[in-house]
Write a protein that binds this ligand. Structure first.
Ligand code: GLU
Length: 424
C-alpha cells in the first residue's frame, strides 16, 4: 500500500505537531501546558541480542516512547514494521495521549516497537525477539506505569509472550497481579472478549453516528478499505452488517476493486489461504488509483501518511474514517477540507481499540471475566459520547473535527495540570 503514497519516513511527528499547534491556537491552550505537551516525557531505546533458528545472533533495536502521563499510566501499542523509528514512535505515542484523553480514560500515551518485517522470521524467532524485547524494557513498562498492546503486525499471541515474560521476572507471589502489564492478550490468557474486534467495531460506530447525524442510511453505500489486518477486516465486517458495499481493498500485497461489491468474509478466507489479497476474484487494480475509486466512504486502516497532496485531489468519497493512526498528512487534509470531504479523525475513529484495552485492564485488575455483549455495549456508548462531544466542540469553536477532538483532549489534560500544579 505504501506504493501509493510518497514515502515520508520522517514526517509523522511533524504532522502531530502541526495538528497540535493548530488546536492549541484555536483553544488558546495555556502556554506552560503547551510547552510540556510539545515534547515527550521519556524515550527508551534498547538494543538486544536474539539467537536465530540457524544459530546466528542478531541484534535488534526496540523503541518505547512515553509522551505524557498526566491523566494516568502510559498506554499504547507496539508495532513490528520497517517504518518504526524514533520519529514514528514519538508521533504515535503523542497521538495516544490525545486518544486516551478524548475517550476519557485514566491513561496517558505511549508507543513503541521494533523496526522489523515479522514475515521474515519464524514463529520461534518472533517469540524470542518479543520476549527479549520485553526483558530489555524491564520496569520501563508495568501494569500501573506503561501498558503496551497490539498495533501493526503484533498479535494477541505476542501479547501473551510479553505478559508471561514480564510476570516471570517477578517473584512468584507477585506474578498474577502483573497480568495487566499488557492488553490485547488471547481470551484464554486474561484477554477480553471482544478486544479483537474493538477497533474495527469502533470505526463503524463512528461511521454510524456520522450517518445518523446526516439523516442518511449506510445501506447500499460504497466504501473502500486500505489494510486488511485486524482493523480493516473488522471494519468491513461491521460495515457489511449495515448493508454497505465493499468495492475496493488495498494492502501491502495488492489492490483489488470490484464495483459490484466483495464479501469481506470470503476475502478473509482467501487471504488466509493465499497470504495475499492479490488475485482475489481477478479484480486486481492499479494501486496508484486506489484512493480515487468511486465510493462514498474511505477507511484507511493501515499506515500513516497515506492520504497526501499527491492523491487527496482524486478522492471522490464524502467521508474518510481514519482507522489507522495518522493516515492523512497535513497537506492532504487541507485539500480534503477545501473539497468538503469530512474526516472522522484517528484519535476518535480508532479509539475503540484502546477503550477495549481499558476494559481488559480493569477486568484483570479486578479479577473479573466480562461478557462480549457488555463489552460491545459499553464500547458503543463511549464512542457515541465522544463523537457527540467532538461534533459539539467543532460547532462551538467553528473548527474541523480533528481540531475539535484535540480541543476536547487538551482541555482535559490542561485541567489536570492546572488543578495539580507542577512539582515541586
Ligand atoms: N494500537 C492501538 C492504538 O493505536 C491500541 C492501543 C492500546 O490498546 O493500548 O490505539
Amino acid at each position: 500500500m505504501a506504493t501509493t503514497a510518497k514515502s515520508r519516513k520522517t514526517g509523522m511527528y511533524e504532522n502531530v505537531k502541526n495538528q497540535f499547534d493548530k488546536a492549541a491556537a484555536v483553544m488558546n491552550l495555556d502556554e506552560s501546558v503547551k510547552k510540556i505537551l510539545s515534547i515527550t516525557n521519556n524515550e527508551i531505546i534498547v538494543h538486544f541480542p536474539v539467537k536465530m533458528d540457524n544459530g546466528d545472533v542478531e541484534v535488534f533495536t526496540g523503541y518505547r516512547v512515553q509522551h505524557n502521563n498526566a491523566l494516568g499510566p502510559y498506554k499504547g501499542g507496539l508495532r513490528y514494521h520497517d517504518t518504526v523509528d524514533i520519529d514514528a514512535a514519538r508521533a504515535l505515542a503523542t497521538w495516544m495521549t490525545w486518544k486516551t484523553a478524548l475517550a476519557g480514560l485514566p491513561y496517558g500515551g505511549g508507543k513503541g516497537g521494533i523496526q522489523i518485517d515479522p514475515k521474515k522470521y519464524s514463529t520461534a524467532e518472533l517469540e524470542r525477539i518479543t520476549r527479549r524485547f520485553t526483558f530489555a524494557l524491564g520496569d520501563n513498562i508495568g501494569p500501573e506505569h506503561d501498558i503496551p498492546a497490539p498495533d501493526v503486525n503484533t498479535t494477541p499471541q505476542m501479547m501473551a509472550w510479553i505478559a508471561d515474560t514480564y510476570m516471570s521476572t517477578k517473584s512468584p507471589s507477585e506474578r498474577s497481579k502483573n497480568q495487566h502489564v499488557v492488553t490485547g492478550k488471547p481470551v484464554g490468557s486474561g484477554g477480553l472478549e471482544g478486544r479483537d474486534r474493538a477497533t474495527g467495531f469502533g470505526v463503524v460506530v463512528t461511521i454510524e453516528a456520522w450517518a445518523k447525524m446526516k439523516g442518511i442510511s449506510l445501506q447500499g453505500m460504497k466504501y473502500i478499505v486500505q489494510g486488511f489486518g485486524n482493523v480493516g477486516y473488522w471494519s468491513a465486517h461491521f460495515m457489511s452488517k449495515n448493508g454497505a458495499i465493499l468495492v475496493g481493498v488495498q494492502d501491502a500485497t495488492g489492490t483489488i476493486y470490484n464495483p459490484d461489491g466483495m464479501d469481506p468474509e470470503d476475502l478473509l478466507q482467501y487471504q488466509k489461504e493465499n497470504a495475499t489479497i492479490h488475485g482475489y476474484t481477478n479484480h486486481d487494480f492499479d494501486s496508484d488509483k486506489f484512493f480515487g475509486i468511486d465510493c462514498d466512504i474511505i477507511i484507511p486502516a493501515a499506515l500513516g501518511n497515506q492520504i497526501t497532496e499527491e492523491n487527496a485531489g482524486s478522492i471522490k468519497a464524502k467521508l474518510i474514517a481514519e482507522g489507522a493512526n495518522g493516515p492523512t498528512d497535513t497537506e492532504g487534509e487541507t485539500i480534503l477540507l477545501e473539497k468538503g470531504v469530512e474526516i472522522i479523525p484517528d484519535i476518535l475513529c480508532n479509539s475503540g481499540g484502546v477503550i477495549g484495552s481499558y476494559y481488559e485492564w480493569l477486568q484483570n485488575r479486578n479479577g473479573e471475566i466480562w461478557y462480549m455483549d457488555d463489552v460491545i455495549g459499553k464500547l458503543r456508548r463511549k464512542l457515541e459520547d465522544a463523537f457527540e462531544k467532538v461534533v459539539h466542540t467543532s460547532e462551538e469553536y467553528k473548527t474541523d473535527w480533528r481540531t475539535a477532538a484535540y480541543i476536547v483532549a487538551l482541555t482535559r489534560i490542561e485541567m489536570a495540570y492546572k488543578q495539580r500544579g507542577i512539582f515541586p
